[in-house]
Design a protein around this ligand. Structure first.
Ligand SMILES: Nc1ncnc2c1ncn2[C@@H]1O[C@H](COP(=O)(O)OP(=O)(O)OP(=O)(O)O)[C@@H](O)[C@H]1O
Length: 286
């Protein structure tokens, strides 16, 4: 059965997901510091914006001014989409303090109150007609209160899926940590994509691995990944064989490569045939 998918259009990522992210999924983008999580979240939104889809970025870790600057760093000009009302930044960083925050349209004053965040998010999704959301980072919402992690994620997930959007939740883990953001969160989300930076013989290697993604086949290997001036590139047709003392890149089999390529072609065809039917209709369960 063909399921509706959201193409990330991040080079190589849709191939390792056999066509893209199943629609209305909440995907945890997990990884240590400097692994490229924020860039991946921004690229996902920008690629939707250039194809006519609305998008919302929730910032909990960076000032909104810094967020706009980091989009610009990759020549992803979001200001045009903000002016057109297709893109919104939700400021959950300044907590409403300071003159810059006074200029922001979407502000969350109390990040300990997830219901306030949800109200602002719902409004921003409706205003922009958003299909894509990035929350950077979701860990900030429960850093000091791990016991509420699962309920926070479940509440956000209900609104996001209910309004027909697909989300990347950025999850920060420590260097060397094996988990993805805590058991409550890891089981609550629909997908987990892990970004890594490994040091072998004094050299750092970037890689991406899809740990889970409900309703789709996934590539079962670690893929080498680069950050370039154009953003993230995943080498979907190769895998990175890491040991404690060596890092070796090997090609995937011809059959696997062909199957991934075909899956992306089919997803692209399906996305052209099925026009998105939803506006931002209220399908939310309360
Ligand atoms: N043009 C570029 N070319 C290559 N690498 C780049 C470029 N721009 C940024 N980077 C790298 O991207 C990394 C930062 O990526 P990003 O901010 O997405 O990390 P992150 O995983 O969100 O980290 P953190 O959790 O610490 O915020 C930096 O280490 C930086 O070196």
């Amino acid at each position: 059965m063909t399921i509706p998918r959201v193409r990330s259009y991040i080079p190589g990522l849709d191939e390792v997901l056999y066509g893209g992210v199943p629609e209305r999924s909440v995907v945890l983008i997990s990884g240590g510091p400097g692994t490229g999580k924020s860039i991946l979240g921004k690229q996902f939104l920008f690629n939707g914006l250039t194809r006519g889809e609305g998008a919302v970025f929730v910032t909990l870790e960076e000032h909104p001014v810094a967020v706009r600057r980091s989009f610009r760093h990759f020549n992803w000009d979001v200001s045009k989409f903000e002016r057109e009302g297709k893109f919104a930044i939700i400021d959950a960083f300044t907590t409403g303090i300071g003159s810059a925050s006074q200029r922001e349209r979407y502000v969350v004053k109390d990040i300990d109150n997830v219901h306030e965040l949800i109200d602002v998010l719902r409004q921003a999704i409706k205003d922009t007609g958003a299909r894509r959301i990035t929350v950077d980072s979701v860990s900030t919402l429960y850093l000091t209160k791990p016991s509420i992690a699962r309920s926070t994620v479940m509440l956000l997930k209900r609104v996001i899926a209910g309004l027909g959007t697909t989300a990347f939740f950025i999850s920060q883990v420590s260097v060397g940590e094996r988990g993805f953001g805590g058991p409550g969160v890891e089981h609550a989300v629909d997908g987990i994509i892990r970004l890594d930076l490994d040091e072998v013989d004094g050299k750092l290697y970037r890689s991406l691995i899809v740990w889970k993604m409900r309703d789709t086949k996934i590539s079962m290997v670690r893929h080498p990944m680069d950050i370039t001036d154009e953003g993230i590139v995943v080498h979907w047709d190769k895998y990175l064989k890491l040991t404690a003392t060596s890092a070796e890149t090997q090609p995937l089999s011809k059959e696997e490569v062909e199957e991934m390529r075909r899956a992306v072609e089919e997803a692209e065809k399906a996305s052209k045939e099925v026009k998105p039917t939803r506006g931002v209709e209220e399908e939310e369960e309360d």
